[in-house]
Structures are given as structure tokens and as C-alpha cells.
Design a protein around this ligand. Structure first.
Ligand code: ADP
Length: 609
């Protein structure tokens, strides 16, 4: 329902009315009736007092009091019944809004071009817009109604005041208009301050996570950084608290100063009107009604209306950011599940003079990078950290397409391959692969949601050595992992890694990339995991990415990346023969990493040159 377009207050209201038509209509009706209520009550009370006076003085029949009493009763019923009903209506409205908005916003996030997720500014904007959209939508709509209600309320009271004291009405209006302007301006400023506060909050929330969460417990104990981080946490917390207090104080003074001025004016008006009663030009009923109307008016103009203006300004700022979010560019097919073409048979993957820099940066990560990888061989990309290995993976899987040159699969440019098909061809285990706190089975079948099959899940569990871990669990493959659910089981780091590999195996993709999924482990563990994968991958075409050469050795061919392109290529033996080669130098430097394994007779090859 939410379209990728710019939203202003009007289109925002129309959007809400489309999502929850009945609830919106009830809200509008409630707003109109309840905002006319103070004026109606004022008139009913004036009528009641004047009728009662006339009855005592014998000018009117007793029955003349019935209509004012009925009017007052009607006001009381409306005042008490409608809000209770409103609560019910709004609860159902909130549920519907929740479903529609969450779904549409999640869909938009899934379709976003990847560059927006990696870009700091857009990433922060997405976080802000998506953090609590329901609250922003609901509060926004309610604040607009509140504003409209206050307007009706104010105008109706004005009519009453102006009909008795024209100059008094003009005086209240003259003072109030500049006050609204001020409230509106502070609303804008406050949203900016809230933005700053929310960025700081995100930082201290993260620090709090590091200080408490189990996954940091070992290092927390070892390095004893808790005190130092706590100080940082306190600093940020105080900074955000100061900002928030500043916002509240500004809001308060802004409104309070307004209300004080208008209260003074109304007192003057009330005093001015006293001689009119003494002279019998104004009835007591009208005077009392007028006092109540003026104070009501002052209350609504100086306090509530200023508050509503403030919220309105906030909503406008939110809608500005929401519009930017909704119009961020999307990647066609980004949210489609990978489509696996059974007939696709991989032949080659080629980079032809690929030159690439990340959007918004100046430095080229790849410069005229060219290589060709053929089926039936294993390849390893090696290079220092930051050389561009992961960037190559991101380009192969189509996360960026604003590169120069060509990337070809079986001779066809990947720009011409439908995105869902491209995703079906390639699977990757990333360095920071995800750990889903869902069931074992869900963790695996995410690899290929178009074909969910328990037998295959068990097969891949066996292949990657997790069968004996999962089989004894209470709900075997339906057991929840992580720490979120009751009776869930937590895996060790190595077991999570194998699960990520199981997901890749389940995908049945023709091209597989292992992008240093073991970077957090020691070099020997990485080499072992790559060997395990090599032994179970069968006919799959695989690219290993690593900066640790013990693991790269299992590949038939090694490509060394440096200066944005391939600087050396060949088998381990061939590369080692080049006395001046970079690979040989890196290899000799890293030999000591594997000393433990060499002693254990497991990685004797590291001793060979
Ligand atoms: P490797 O995988 O070889 O360690 P990467 O491909 O991750 O290296 O990074 C290559 C270079 O690109 C590094 O200098 C890194 O800082 C930079 N880089 C990586 N991701 C981004 C990004 N999203 N925006 C800007 N620069 C990036």
C-alpha cells in the first residue's frame, strides 16, 4: 500500500485512510464532535444559568430548564462514551497499521540497492525511519487530528468570545499567532536534536550490549575493559540525556511563556467586562460562560495548540526522511528468492578489466582486474587484508553493478542475467556469516527456500559433520538455536560455522565461495575447515578466499591480489618457484603460524618449500 514516492502531510493522511478507512472515519468524527463540545457546553451552561435565574424571578416556566439540562447531559455522555469507544477502535487500527506498515517497510528494505546499506548516511536514515514506524505513523495521524480538533475548538470558542467582546478576541489572537510560529520553529529544531540524541543512543546501546552480552564475556574478563567502557557509556548517556532535557525544557518554556501571556490578557478582559454586568448590559450566565470560554481558549491556544504545532513540525521532519527512504533506489529482483535452474551448468567465470570504487569514495579498490576461472578446478584468492578479495565476491553476486569492464558467467555479462537467477547460481559463506536464532532446519533451508526437504537437511548435516550434534537434540532439526527461546540450544563457534556451510551445501548452487568464514579462528582451524569443505563439495565449483596461505594450498590454482588486480597466478608449487614472488614471500612469513600443526604432523606441507 505504501508507494515509493514522496509523502507530505496530505498524502500521509490519505495513506492512513486507505489502510484503516473505518477507524480513520471514526477518529475524524470523534475529533469534530469532541472539539465542538467545549463551545456546546459553554452555551448549555449559560443557557442553564440564565433559565434558572428567570425561573427564580418568575419570568419563565420550570419546564424551560429541561432543554439546557438535556444539552448538558448530552455533552457529558459524548465526553465520556466516545473516548472509551475510541480506544477500542484505535487498538484495532494499530494492529492493521502494524501489519501493513511493517510488511511494506520490510519489503522496501529488502529491495534497496546494496550501496544504501553500506553507506553510513543512508544506513542511519533507514535505521531512524524503520526504528518505530508504527509509533511515528500513529502519533503523526493522531497529532494531525488533534491539530484539526484544536482548530475547530478554538474557532468555536472564538466565535463565542468575539460575539461578546470583539477587542478581547482580537487581543488573544494577536498574541497567539507569533507563539504558534515559535512552537513550529522549535518543533523543527527539536527533531534535529532528537536525531542527534538517537545516534548517540545507538552508540551507548551497543556499548551496553558489549558490557552485558555473553558473547563478549571471555574477552571482557581477559582484558577487563568494563570500567573503561562503562565510562564511555556514561559519557554518551549523559550527552544524550542533556540533549533530551534540553528538548523538553525548550518545549516547556515555549508553551508556558505563551500560556502566561495569554492568561494575563484574559484576566484583563474579564476585569474589563465586570462593569457591563453591573450596568445590566450582560447577564450573569453569559459572563460565567464567557469566563469558562476564555480560559478554555487560553488553555487550548497557548498550551495544546502550541504542543500540536510542535508535534506537527516533528511529523513533517519524519515525513521528509520517510520520503527519502521510500524513494531510495531499488535493485530489480532484490527481494526475489533465488531461482535455481536445473539445466544451468557452470563453465567459466571471467573478470574483464574490472575497475571499481565504492560509491562516495575516491580510491579504486579494483583497477583493470582480469582473470578467468574454469570449471573442474578449485581456486583460491589470496592477498593482504584490504586488498579487495571480498569486493570481488560482492561484485560476483551482483551487490554492485556500477563497475567498469565486464563480469561474465559462461561468457554472458552478469548485468544481463536476471538477478534471481544469478542468486540461484552462487552461494557464499561470508566472513561475518549470519547466526539465525531460529530452528536448525530454518538455518539450513534459507539456502534454498524454493525446495524445503527434511531428508536433504539431514544429508547436508551429515556432510558437514553436524549430524551427531543435532540428532540427540529434543526436537532434532526443529530445535531452536541461540538464546532467544526457552529450551533452545546454543552452538559453539565451530558448529555455527559448519551450519553456515550446511546452508551453502543445501543451496545446490553451481558456484560456491568461502570468503574467510573462519577469519575469527586460528589459521590451522581455517585450513582444516577448508579441507573439510574440499572433501565434501563433490563436483561443486569452489572459490576459497583467504589471507592465510595454509588454507589456500588446497586450491589447484591460486590468484594473488595486490594493487587492485591479479599480480601472480599459478599452483602453489609454481608460485613458490618464483624466488622474487610476492606469494613466496607471504608464504615464508606465515610459516610460523602453522608451527603447532606441523609438530602434530597434520600440516607437514607448511614446511615444504
Ligand atoms: P579484503 O577482503 O581483501 O580484506 P575488501 O574487499 O573487504 O578487502 O576491501 C577492499 C578495500 O575496500 C578496503 O580498503 C576497504 O576499506 C574498502 N571498502 C570495503 N567495503 C567498503 C565500503 N562499503 N565502502 C567503502 N570502502 C570499502
Amino acid at each position: 500500500m505504501i508507494q515509493s514516492k514522496k509523502y507530505n502531510v496530505m498524502s500521509f493522511v490519505l495513506l492512513i485512510m486507505r489502510i484503516i478507512p473505518l477507524q480513520s472515519l471514526y477518529n475524524i468524527l470523534h475529533t469534530i464532535l469532541s472539539s465542538l463540545l467545549p463551545a456546546a457546553k459553554t452555551l448549555a451552561i449559560a443557557n442553564f444559568i440564565d433559565s434558572a435565574g428567570s425561573i427564580f424571578e418568575g419570568e419563565k416556566e420550570f419546564s424551560s430548564i429541561y432543554i439546557p439540562i438535556l444539552l448538558i447531559l448530552a455533552c457529558i455522555v459524548i465526553e465520556n462514551v466516545m473516548p472509551a469507544l475510541l480506544q477500542l477502535v484505535n487498538t484495532s487500527g494499530r494492529n492493521k497499521l502494524n501489519i501493513v506498515i511493517k510488511k511494506d517497510i520490510t519489503r522496501k528494505c529488502a529491495r534497496l540497492e546494496y550501496k544504501h546499506i553500506e553507506n553510513k548516511d543512508t544506513c542511519e536514515l533507514v535505521n531512524r525511519v524503520c526504528l518505530n514506524p508504527i509509533k511515528n505513523f500513529e502519533d503523526g495521524f493522531q497529532n494531525i487530528l488533534k491539530g484539526i480538533g484544536l482548530f475547530i475548538h478554538t474557532v468555536s470558542l472564538f466565535i463565542i468570545v468575539m460575539s461578546s467582546t470583539f477587542i478581547g478576541g482580537i487581543a488573544i489572537l494577536g498574541i497567539s499567532i507569533p507563539l504558534f510560529g515559535l512552537a513550529f520553529k522549535t518543533g523543527h529544531k527539536n527533531y534535529e536534536m532528537e536525531k542527534r540524541a538517537s545516534n548517540i543512543k545507538r552508540k551507548y546501546d551497543y556499548l551496553s550490549d558489549v558490557l552485558i552480552d555473553k558473547k563478549y564475556a571471555e574477552e571482557r574478563k581477559l582484558f577487563s575493559y568494563s570500567n573503561s567502557l562503562s565510562r564511555q557509556y556514561e559519557g554518551l548517556f549523559n550527552k544524550s540525556y542533556k540533549l533530551e532535557s534540553e528538548i523538553e525544557i525548550k518545549k516547556y518554556f515555549n508553551m508556558k511563556s505563551g500560556s502566561l501571556v495569554t492568561i494575563l490578557i484574559s484576566l484583563v478582559i474579564m476585569t474589563i467586562l465586570l462593569p457591563a454586568i453591573a450596568a445590566g448590559r450582560m447577564s450573569i450566565g453569559v459572563y460565567i460562560a464567557l469566563v469558562s470560554a476564555v480560559f478554555n481558549l487560553v488553555q487550548s491556544m497557548s498550551w495544546q495548540l502550541a504542543g500540536a504545532m510542535h508535534e506537527f513540525a516533528r511529523l513533517k521532519e519524519y515525513l521528509k526522511e520517510f520520503s527519502v527512504f521510500m524513494t531510495l533506489s531499488e535493485k530489480e529482483g532484490a527481494s526475489d528468492i533465488p531461482s535455481v535452474d536445473g539445466k544451468f551448468s557452470f563453465e567459466s567465470l571471467e573478470f574483464k578489466n574490472v575497475t571499481f570504487k565504492y560509491p562516495g569514495t575516491e580510491n579504486y579498490v579494483l583497477k583493470n582486474c582480469s582473470f578467468k576461472l574454469d570449471n573442474f578446478k578449485n581456486y583460491a584468492f589470496v592477498g593482504e587484508n584490504g586488498a579487495g578479495k571480498t569486493t570481488i565476491t560482492k561484485l560476483i553476486i551482483g551487490l554492485y553493478d556500477d563497475y567498469e569492464g565486464e563480469i561474465l558467467i559462461n561468457g554472458k555479462s552478469i548485468r544481463e542475467i536476471e538477478y534471481a537467477r544469478l542468486k540461484g547460481m552462487i552461494s557464499v559463506v561470508f566472513q561475518d556469516y549470519a547466526r539465525y536464532f531460529l530452528t536448525v532446519k530454518e538455518n539450513i533451508v534459507f539456502g534454498n527456500l524454493s525446495s524445503v526437504n527434511d531428508e536433504r537437511v539431514w544429508e547436508v548435516l551429515k556432510e558437514c559433520g553436524l549430524f551427531d550434534t543435532v540428532k540427540p537434540l529434543n526436537d532434532d532439526i526443529n530445535t531452536y538455536l541461540g538464546k532467544v527461546y526457552e529450551n533452545s540450544v546454543d552452538f559453539s563457534g565451530g558448529q555455527w560455522q559448519k551450519l553456515a556451510i550446511a546452508r551453502l551445501l543445501y543451496s545446490d548452487s553451481a558456484i560456491n565461495i568461502l570468503d574467510e568464514p573462519t577469519a575469527s579462528l586460528d589459521p590451522i582451524a581455517e585450513a582444516k575447515l577448508y579441507e573439510l569443505f574440499n572433501s565434501i563439495k563433490k563436483e561443486r565449483f569452489t572459490i576459497y578466499i583467504t589471507h592465510r596461505l595454509g588454507a589456500a594450498r588446497i586450491a589447484d590454482e591460486i590468484l594473488v591480489i595486490g594493487d587492485g588486480h591479479i599480480i601472480e597466478q599459478g599452483s602453489h608449487r609454481k608460485l613458490m618457484e618464483n624466488e622474487e614472488g610476492i606469494y613466496r614471500k607471504m608464504y615464508m612469513n606465515q610459516r610460523s603460524w602453522y608451527a603447532g600443526a606441523r609438530n602434530a604432523e597434520q600440516y607437514k606441507f607448511m614446511g615444504e618449500v
